[in-house]
Design a protein around this ligand. Structure first.
Ligand SMILES: *Cc1c(COP(=O)(O)O)cnc(C)c1O
Length: 496
């Protein structure tokens, strides 16, 4: 049975999966949601015997119903190949009484690769299916990891251009270097004076600019989004939760039907929403544990029922989670508002005009499966140090937020359910913060000296993604104000 996608903000006609991927965001500013969440049609026992690619097909075929089997398998094959440094694609490591699901073995060593290595292929296939001849322009705001992963995915892909905006002083030195050294004529990377939310708001504004859309069409361009609001990113992220469960089952670490908890370090709410969708497909997940850093807007939301972005934006050592507007939360709000677009729209309008909204008691009751907590900067550093000292396993700052929150949860609730922690970045991506957490004396060392030291300490080879940027030339040095973003886009596309 086909799955169609409709906006969270209006009752407009539903669109096919391929159209939803092409559009990224609905014209009314809403997010596309599936009209139903399909149930897994293979048993977990069957899935346990499958490779990552096979599980990916079994999950994605249920959501992307207008893709043929050949199309989908072709996209999956091109995405999950030797770009990953391990055949299992997403290994599980047992430490600290939990299973760390390592989602950072792709081209840019952060979990964004899990979806962004397949999105370009889904997008091009979707364009072909819908007879789109215009060139696709990917416009993306990044808090650091999306940018590079999207650049790596789209660089050199014919029929596409990609423009990435990032907060000039809001990403790690390695993240910035990864982006500004990106090769490919179809790529543009621009720093903005502002934070991630400014970049994201700017991008959303450009997307909904009808006048610009007209000018673009005349010149043979159309926008699409690689941000985590695109269902072409959300759906591939469901895969690894199913895969992780199936592997644990296959290895006898879980009994048939046994439930797990999932802990996700959260920013834009995309990764944890994928886990929520997996649960709704029938994966035995008990609690969805939402871990925040000092920008704890989600923790406050789960604790009080009020989402309030009116607060100081804090720069932390987990920059990919430095976000005050968690875009994908809208899909959950829509759902707990009874799939009522009008009600959801009222919340989103309140958010955009007053910076906050309060959900009803009845809506809060529908959030029982979620648990939220946060980790301070000191706690993040202490968690990295403790896990390293206890078992020699080195985790990055984002994963440490999750590990810390998991510990708080376990102590608070005494819940002994087996737990999977989404490990979202390689420690090599945040070397400085990680090494200074392990021992403050490392503060005096240079970035790449630290990389080598980390490699020795963790007993892990320096990933290719890091070797590549050691001596790479900077090719993007453009910085602009947040209200100049539209002009930058027009200039790059030759629209004056
Ligand atoms: C993007 C990112 C996150 C947050 O994921 P969301 O889907 O935005 O919640 C966490 N950790 C890392 C390393 C990331 O790159």
């Amino acid at each position: 049975m086909d799955v169609f996608y409709h906006s969270t903000r209006s009752k407009d006609e539903p669109v096919t999966a391929s159209m939803a991927i092409l559009k990224g965001l609905s014209e009314d500013g809403g997010l596309f949601v599936p009209d139903r969440i399909p149930a897994l049609d293979k048993s977990l026992k069957e899935l346990a015997g499958m490779s990552y690619q096979e599980v990916a097909y079994e999950v994605m075929k249920l959501f992307l119903t207008d893709f043929t089997e050949d199309e989908l398998k072709d996209c999956i094959r091109k995405a999950y190949d030797e770009k990953f440094d391990t055949e299992v694609i997403a290994p599980l490591v047992q430490a600290e009484g939990a299973f760390f699901l390592e989602l950072f073995h792709g081209a840019t060593i952060a979990f964004k690769d899990m979806a962004l290595s397949i999105l370009p292929h889904l997008l091009i296939t979707a364009a072909r299916k819908n007879h789109i001849t215009r060139e696709i322009v990917i416009l993306t705001a990044t808090s650091g990891d999306t940018g590079k992963a999207a650049l790596a995915g789209f660089a050199g892909v014919e029929g596409t251009k990609i423009i990435v905006f990032y907060p000039k002083n809001g990403v790690s030195p390695i993240q910035e270097k990864q982006m500004v050294t990106q090769k490919g004529d179809n790529t543009l990377v621009v720093g903005i004076h502002g934070n991630f939310d400014d970049a994201q708001t700017g991008v959303k504004r450009i997307f909904s600019d009808q006048e610009l859309a007209g000018e673009m069409a005349e010149k043979g361009f159309q926008f699409s989004s690689a941000n985590s609001i695109n269902i072409g990113r959300l759906v591939p992220q469901i895969v690894y939760y199913v895969y992780a469960y199936a592997r644990l089952l296959g290895e006898g670490r879980l009994a048939t039907g046994e439930k797990i908890n999932v802990v996700v370090p959260t920013g834009n709410f995309g990764n944890i929403l994928a886990a929520f969708y997996a649960k709704n497909m029938g994966l035995p997940i008990a609690k969805l544990i939402c871990a925040s850093n000092d920008n704890k807007v989600l923790y406050d939301f789960f604790a009080t029922g009020t989402y309030d972005r009116n607060r100081e934006f804090v720069l932390t050592s987990s920059p990919s989670m430095d976000i005050l507007i968690s875009s994908n939360l809208e899909r959950l709000i829509y759902r707990i508002a009874g799939e009522d677009a009008e009600r959801n729209l009222a919340f989103m309008e309140a958010l955009s005009s007053h910076g906050k909204y309060e959900i009803t008691t009845e809506m809060r009751a529908a959030l029982q499966d979620f648990y939220g907590n946060f980790a301070t900067e000191e706690e993040v550093a202490a968690t990295i140090r403790r896990i390293y000292e206890d078992c020699g396993y080195v985790i990055d700052t984002h994963t440490a937020v999750a590990a810390c929150v998991y510990r708080k949860y376990a102590e608070e609730t005494k819940d002994g359910t087996k737990t999977v922690i989404a490990s979202t970045a390689s420690p090599f991506k945040f070397t400085r913060s990680v090494m200074e957490a392990i021992d403050p004396q490392y503060a005096s060392m240079g970035d790449f000296e630290l990389v080598d030291r980390l490699s020795a300490l963790a007993g892990v080879a320096v990933p290719k993604a890091i070797e590549e940027i050691r001596d790479a030339r900077i090719v993007h040095d453009h910085v602009c104000e947040k209200d100049e973003m539209k002009d930058v886009v027009k200039k790059f596309l030759g629209i004056e």
